[in-house]
Design a protein around this ligand. Structure first.
Ligand SMILES: [Zn+2]
Ligand SMILES: [Zn+2]
Length: 208
C-alpha cells in the first residue's frame, strides 16, 4: 500500500490518495468521446490523451482521497445531462478525476495526470498494471496495432461492484472530498452543452 500525492500543474491544489494498492485500484484506459472532450475542453489533450485518444484513470474509493491544499479550486463540469462529474483544478486546468453524479455510487476515477504531477511512487508499483481498456471503439489514429483488451472483465467488475455496494451499505460513500454532507457536489457543475460541446466532438471521430 502506498500513499500517492495528488497535485495540479501549478501546485495550488494538493492532496493524497492513501493506501493505494493493486487490490483496491482499478487502473484503466478509457477511450470514450466524453473523456477525450474533457481533455480538449481543458486544453490538456497533449498532456492527458495517449496516441489513440485514451485517458488513463485510476478508480479508487473516494474515502481514500484527501485534498490538503486548494480544495476551493476544485471545479466540475458535465458533458451530458446526468453524466459523471468531471473534476479539475480551475487554477490551471489540470484534470483531477471523474465521479458519478450520484454520490452513493462511490468511486472516483482519478486521472493519471494529477498523480504524475505529484512526483510520488510509480503507478506501476502503487496500482499494478493497466487492467482494462474500455470504449476502444472511440480510439483515434491508427488503431490496427493498438492493445484493445481486456475490456470490462467479469472478475474486475465484480470486485469493483462489491466495493461500491459496500460503500452504500455501510454509508462509507459519505466519506468523500467531492460531495457535501447532503450529497451536493462541493462545486456547482457546469454543463458543457450545445455548440460548446459540439466543438469538442469531432476529436472523437478523427479516425477513419
Ligand atoms: Zn493549479
Ligand atoms: Zn471515458
Amino acid at each position: 500500500m502506498k500513499d500517492v500525492p495528488i497535485r495540479c500543474e501549478c501546485g495550488k491544489v494538493r492532496g493524497v490518495v492513501r493506501g493505494m494498492a493493486p487490490a483496491n485500484t482499478n487502473r484503466a484506459i478509457c477511450y470514450c468521446d466524453d473523456c477525450q472532450a474533457f481533455a480538449h475542453y481543458l486544453g490538456q489533450a497533449d498532456e492527458v490523451l495517449d496516441q489513440h485518444g485514451g485517458t488513463e484513470v485510476l478508480q479508487v474509493a473516494p474515502g481514500s482521497v484527501e485534498f490538503t491544499d486548494g480544495a476551493g479550486h476544485l471545479a466540475c463540469l458535465q458533458l451530458t445531462e446526468n453524466g459523471p462529474y468531471r473534476w479539475y483544478a480551475d487554477c490551471c486546468g489540470t484534470p483531477i478525476g471523474n465521479t458519478p453524479a450520484n454520490w452513493r455510487i462511490s468511486f472516483v476515477g482519478l486521472l493519471r495526470r494529477c498523480l504524475d504531477a505529484g512526483g510520488g511512487p510509480s503507478l506501476e508499483s502503487a496500482a499494478g498494471p493497466v487492467k482494462m481498456r474500455i470504449f476502444t471503439e472511440f480510439a483515434t489514429g491508427d488503431t490496427a496495432t493498438m492493445t484493445k483488451g481486456p475490456g470490462f472483465t467479469p472478475g474486475g467488475m465484480f470486485r469493483f461492484g462489491l466495493s461500491i455496494l459496500g460503500g452504500m451499505l455501510t454509508g462509507r460513500y459519505r466519506n468523500t472530498p467531492f460531495f457535501e454532507g447532503n450529497g451536493q457536489p462541493v462545486a456547482a457543475p457546469y454543463c458543457v452543452a450545445g455548440e460548446e460541446r459540439a466543438k469538442l466532438a469531432p476529436y472523437a471521430q478523427a479516425d477513419g
